[in-house]
Design a protein around this ligand. Structure first.
Ligand SMILES: Nc1nc2c(c(=O)[nH]1)N[C@H]1C(S)=C(S)[C@@H](COP(=O)(O)O)O[C@H]1N2
Ligand SMILES: [Mo]
Length: 323
């Protein structure tokens, strides 16, 4: 398989905009992204995503430099920021070293097994998933439990589409996700401080919420290894650690699954992990956050600003206890 990241390694000063465009077009085509709007095709990832395309005097489209925003009007973080400040403990606990250590991570022939309490268990090749499910752009805030945040333009598809395909049985109440275990490629997995592989979980109704996506790309391109290639979960109303990277297995279960952070420190990281400014982490406040690229702090929003879409899932629950 081609290496989708090879173009990103070429210094942008060494290639012409046209080459960038053609490269991206070829790449997107090969990954099945042909259905995307010209708006995405016109975006040049490393420089910042384009806003609405404008027409030049010759009638061709030129990429404008308007930065995209989330629905609250806040600009997306730069590609540089999103791909160089990462939590990915399988590689290292140093956020600024992940990109280098993950650079050669092999994702060729990636497969995801979907199994457990379903009528039609199936193992999906990632290339088929990308072709089968239209890849949508979703601009989401990502709020890490450590109290920093970003705005990220993901590409992906609703998790519920995949769940529908395998037909959950009525006894299925939870979805368990498991990341790849490969200490040879992931030096951090040689550390015995963590119960590898990384695991996460959602209640089935949370997994069916429209905000929950499986991401296969960002900034109109494929997913860089440091951001969880080949496929990762994105649940933007929850703390970032729920958005598990490099998924190889999705399992429908009757009982609440163990999750890595809940096993490591249950008093600090709950199963639900909904962003909640009223529930402090035992060691720090969750009332405010540092948006990467900004100087001051901003107030943290209930459910990370997605209350309208998800608050109903937790009606009647004591969110102080079920953190
Ligand atoms: N497999 C795996 N998934 C993971 C993590 C990890 O260490 N391993 N870190 C989590 C945390 S704490 C955060 S904040 C987000 C960061 O995602 P990003 O690097 O794409 O911004 O990934 C989450 N998913
Ligand atoms: Mo995080």
């Amino acid at each position: 398989m081609h290496n989708p990241y090879s173009s990103a390694k070429v210094k942008s000063s060494e290639i012409t905009p046209e080459e960038v465009y053609l490269n991206r077009r070829e790449f997107l085509k090969s990954m099945g992204y042909v259905g995307l709007s010209g708006l995405l095709l016109a975006a040049c990832a490393p420089r910042g995503i384009s806003g609405s395309p404008e027409t030049d005097s010759a009638g061709g489209e030129i990429a404008s430099e308007v930065t995209k925003t989330d629905e609250l009007g806040d600009p997306v973080n730069t590609f540089e920021q999103i791909t160089n400040y990462n939590n990915y403990y399988e590689f290292t606990t140093d956020k600024e070293e992940v990109a280098i250590l993950a650079e050669d991570f092999q994702t060729d022939g990636w497969k995801v097994e979907v199994t457990g309490l379903v009528n039609k268990p199936k193992t999906f090749a990632i290339d088929d998933l990308v072709r089968q499910y239209p890849q949508e752009e979703r601009i989401y805030r990502l709020r890490c439990v450590e109290a920093w945040s970003m705005v990220i333009p993901w590409l992906g598809f609703p998790l519920k589409a995949l769940l529908d395909e395998v037909e959950p049985q009525s006894s299925a109440k939870y979805v368990k996700f498991t990341s790849i275990h490969n200490p040879e490629q992931m030096p951090g997995q040689n550390s015995r401080l963590f119960p590898w592989p990384y695991t996460e979980g959602l209640r089935l109704d949370e997994a069916y919420n429209d905000l929950a996506i499986l991401a296969t790309g960002l900034y109109g391109n494929s997913l860089p290894p440091q951001n969880g290639s080949a496929i990762r979960l994105v649940v933007p109303w929850k703390y970032g650690f729920k958005s598990i990277k490099a998924i190889v297995k999705i399992e429908l279960t009757e009982f609440r699954p163990d999750t890595l952070w809940n096993l490591v420190a249950p008093n600090e990281y709950g199963f639900f992990a909904n962003v909640n400014p009223e529930v402090d982490h035992p060691r720090w406040s969750q009332k405010s956050e540092r948006r990467i690229g900004e100087l001051g702090r901003r107030e943290t929003l209930m459910f990370n600003g997605y209350a309208e879409q998800v608050a109903h899932l937790y009606e009647g629950m004591d969110l102080q206890r079920n953190y």
